[in-house]
Design a protein around this ligand. Structure first.
Ligand code: ADP
Ligand code: ASP
Ligand code: MG
Length: 438
């Protein structure tokens, strides 16, 4: 059974929901993961902010506006009075529920409940539409099987057991709908898989049921060779190895949630990226095949902090790197890039929650220099030793850009450059011009 995920724009209006319904009702049984309608999660974040700042009036205004928007979709989506009324009643309960948060003490638990409602609403609306069209459809609540562990990582064994149990207990349906993004945490509380997390939901389900294919339907024809929001003339990449796609997602290609490829890779389930606006376009297939001699794509990750530790005592001192890394570990802060010399080590991080403490601890070992507003540029493809010259082409493309760090050799799939954020656009354009457009 395939797992298909439709993102925010793909379910962004009544018309789009009808097109999704057309795409999924081809007679094959499938699991369909839906995001919230586009813009909704941002609006829910806005509502949470008002509630956090103890401004119930501000929250109520935004809730009422959002409710009006949703009520307008109802007339266009459903043909019968029965389903129109049923969905209006559902929306009334949902928005009354959101309004109830304006009357209580607002905590981070309630914040997660508020953020999760976008997916709850979109899945109910599409389920009602499919039922009205006579399709045998069931809505499975992601809160019944999607769970994270104490480290806030997906609890894969639990997810696998529960989703397979649910499918076995509900045979005979053509379409199984569920919410992307939303989950419970290790304490059973409502939580989520971070922004863009619906991709992660789809890949976790696909891996858990050993699906034949996971399809991520979005608003563009697959993974492009550079960020289309920033660079001109980007082109779709038709095939990526799991590792290449994982690097691109982690290093900023917004089309995929940063860690969603991992479960698909471990389970060996291919992932296909497809365009809801142009369903016959080929998109991108992500699988275990590795194409030799090709540089595939470039991505960029912002808000990076570089930390350089300079220590004359490091020279020939074994155990120095371990001590440095242990400091990051003790603050649960992961390191993206590393570069060493005899007198120092430079690393990058993207989480500055414990920056002050980390720096204070590192100062025991040497002089520490911190730079914020940095950007990692990641070039992905065949960078193996047999494929001589590609790393120098990438470096040559950046000849006019000040590069702070280079990381190469950690895998055969990528080379990363650390630059100032202000140089990102020119660096990405220069890489496209040199590597792809000549
Ligand atoms: P969805 O709501 O369907 O999850 P997203 O907005 O999260 O969609 O992801 C799709 C968007 O990702 C595209 O519209 C595009 O602007 C952006 N994007 C960034 N980098 C890339 C890339 N390398 N290839 C394709 N799209 C990219
Ligand atoms: N609705 C969530 C978000 O906007 C999850 C997703 O779309 O993947 O981040
Ligand atoms: Mg997304």
């Amino acid at each position: 059974m395939k797992v298909l995920k439709f993102g925010g724009t793909s379910v962004g209006s009544a018309q789009r929901m009808k097109e999704v319904a057309k795409l999924i009702t081809d007679g094959e049984r499938k699991i369909v993961v839906l995001s919230a309608m586009s813009g909704t999660t941002n609006t829910l974040v806005e509502i949470s902010d008002y509630l956090y700042k103890k401004n119930p009036e501000g929250a109520n205004n935004v809730i009422n506006q959002l409710e009006q928007k949703y009520r307008q979709h109802v007339d266009e989506l459903y043909a019968t009075e029965e389903y129109k009324q049923k969905t209006l009643d559902f929306l009334k309960d949902e928005f009354d529920y959101l309004r109830s948060f304006t009357k209580i003490l607002f905590t981070s638990f309630e914040e997660n409940v508020v953020l999760d409602q976008g997916e709850v609403i979109s899945t109910n609306m599409v389920t009602n539409y499919l039922k009205e069209c006579g399709v045998k459809t069931i809505l499975l609540s992601a809160l019944d099987f999607m769970r994270t562990d104490k480290n806030s990582e997906p609890d894969f064994n639990y997810i696998k057991e529960k989703i397979n149990e649910l499918l076995a207990a509900n045979p005979g349906y053509q379409i199984y709908i569920t919410q992307g993004f939303i989950c419970r945490n290790a304490y059973g509380e409502v939580d989520n898989l971070q922004r863009g997390g619906s991709d992660y939901t789809a890949c976790l389900i696909g891996a858990a049921i050993k699906s034949e294919e996971i399809q991520i339907w979005t608003d563009i024809d697959g993974m492009h060779n550079n960020d289309p929001r920033i660079v001109d003339k980007t082109k779709p990449v038709r095939q990526l190895h799991f590792e290449e796609a994982a690097e691109l997602a982690y290093f900023g290609a917004k089309i995929l949630h940063p860690t969603c490829i991992q479960p698909a890779k471990f389970a060996g389930v291919p992932v296909r990226l497809l365009n809801t606006m142009d369903p016959s376009a080929p998109g991108t297939i992500i699988n275990n095949e590795f194409q030799e001699g090709k540089i595939k794509a470039v991505a960029a990750k912002d808000n990076i902090i570089s930390i350089q530790i300079h220590s004359s005592r490091m020279l020939l001192a074994y155990g120095f790197l371990r001590k440095v890394f242990e400091i990051f570990e003790s603050y649960k802060t992961s390191i993206d890039m590393v570069s060493t010399s005899e007198v120092g080590v430079s690393v990058t991080i993207d989480n500055k929650s414990y920056l002050k403490d980390i720096v204070a601890d590192l100062m025991k070992y040497g002089t520490v220099t911190v730079k914020e507003n940095m950007c990692i540029i990641c070039v992905v493809g065949d960078l193996s030793r047999d494929n001589v010259g590609f790393e120098s082409q990438a470096a040559k493309a950046l000849k006019d850009i000040p590069v702070q760090m280079i990381s190469y050799g950690g895998s055969n799939h990528n080379i990363s450059f650390l630059i100032n954020e202000e140089d990102k656009k020119s660096a990405l354009q220069a890489l496209s011009d040199t590597l792809f457009n000549n």
